[in-house]
Design a protein around this ligand. Sequence first.
Ligand SMILES: Nc1ncnc2c1ncn2[C@@H]1O[C@H](COP(=O)(O)OP(=O)(O)OP(=O)(O)O)[C@@H](O)[C@H]1O
Length: 602
Amino acid sequence: MVREFPLAAAWIAFLVALAGLLPAAFAALVADLVESLPVIIGSGLGTATGQPVLFILVAIGVVLLAQELVASLATVTTTVVYQRYDEHLLTRVMKALLAVPGLDPFEDPALAIKTDRAVRIPGFGPGELITGLMEKGAVRAQGLAAAVLVATIWPLAAVVLSVAWLLVGRRLQVDFDADPDAGTDPSSWTETRRRARYLKQVGLMPAWAKELRIFGLVDWLADRFGRQNAKVLADLWRIRAVEQRVVLALFTVVVAANVVVLALAARAAMDGSLSLGQLIILLQGLLGMAFLASQNGDGFIANGSVAVPDVLELERATAGLAAARPGRLPADGLPRREIHFENVRFGYAGRTPVFDGLSLRIEAGQSVGIVGLNGAGKTTLIKLLAGLETPQLGQVTVDGTPLVDLDLESWWRRVAAIFQDFVHYELPARDAIGFGAVDLAGSQRSTADHDLRSAAQLAGAGEIIADLPQGLDTPLSRRLAGGVDLSGGQWQRIALARTMLTVQAGARVLVLDEPTAQLDVRAEADIYDRFLDLTRGLTTIVISHRFSTVRRADRILVLDGGRITEDGSHAELVATGGRYARLFAKQALRYVDDNPAAGDHG
Ligand SMILES: Nc1ncnc2c1ncn2[C@@H]1O[C@H](COP(=O)(O)OP(=O)(O)OP(=O)(O)O)[C@@H](O)[C@H]1O
């Protein structure tokens, strides 16, 4: 913080020092005033002897005003620096995450925890650190100044009590994230707390509102959250119980020490060795010294600083991951011949490998359909092809060049992909489609509009755009002013339009992972008829559970348990009478039974 915002840090230190000094100055002035009371009573304020008292009164007024001013300046400073610091750290997190070409920061559980914490899943911003430091600094400075006041009368008492209060303060200090099992033990306090927070999120997110109600989960959720939260609190109490006994003992010692000092002070005042002014300074000082143990601001500091080590670690880890992808070769014009999976082994962290020795050659310009049961590895295959995951053994090559040697951004411009869990960008339609090719969409407005509309047309989204109240500028979200909501199938067409734009911008590999799952049968057939024209000459990979979609491909692969068990054209696979043929027959039959009109599509 000091390194990034030196001026702000110096200003905060100045305010903190003032916040500490002013109460002590006030106490000293009041003591002076009390000492001077006999003078004023004797001669009056207006006389020459009364003048110093007048100065004391003015000084008291100035100190009071200054205290008000410092409090206001501290509030303003906290707000401004809080936001700047918050944004500074979050920008660093975003940069760190975006610098990684793969998905590790989200998929590797150890990194995912850091990502969560760094991006404030706990609900606190790193900027809380500023609020905390200001609060803590101010109370500690107040405590210190009070100790100095006491020291001017009885130095020994000041030293002994300072040490005692600081010890109490240290013991009181709670490391809010102290948890030796964090990240490794699923029953650890941190993990319990993460789960409780997830349940809270579930209850608050609009996207989950429908299911929660329809499944009657509202009470279940409230109950589960209540129980999980109770467990969090019980664990917390257990973790801190020992500490609390120690704190109580220390506290008793400090109170006893204070009583002794007060008794001595009373005796000294009575026998005249301590003046009234000194007694007042001592009393105020003793009271103020309790601030040395104050925990004010600790909660903020803990919440705000949770993110800091995670941000730093995330930066280190992601820099390492980014550096591990040194590929710089341009992918322009690729693939001309083929994409080749050579003896690929790949598994997600902590799981058995999805592929172990997968070999597959996809010719450029060929359309390939991939079918397989849930979890067979279809999406993973695509992630490997797109360079979002890297094989642990073997390699994926494009025209003989290993994918890891290619500049990934350049390769991504060659690959147009729509994933099963495509994003519903709640942004103007112009962006939701334009993200397919930001360069193209960012060109002159009329050209861009033309490209966006033709991509939408190709994806069967032409009518959706035409119906939007502000055309391409309509936000695709009911929660935004002038926005509209789309149906599942309409969203899918927008996602397809995005992909079509990537193709228009020069992509030569088209990947469609369940591209028509949410479209009705007629819309699906309609789109595919057009796709045949559009995708001619492209390397097209279509994953689908709908055989009506897959059968149109030149070549069909059946993936089973991470292995290719069947490979051939629709006619060949049907003739072989294997799994493809059986599943195809089953689905075709269902279509005929359910929807005679759609029989020729199944
Ligand atoms: N991010 C991930 N982390 C850990 N395991 C994963 C992850 N994604 C997928 N898996 C696992 O890898 C295997 C292959 O998953 P993949 O998504 O490739 O299957 P799929 O054939 O596309 O399935 P579906 O037809 O259901 O979409 C599955 O066992 C799945 O549980």
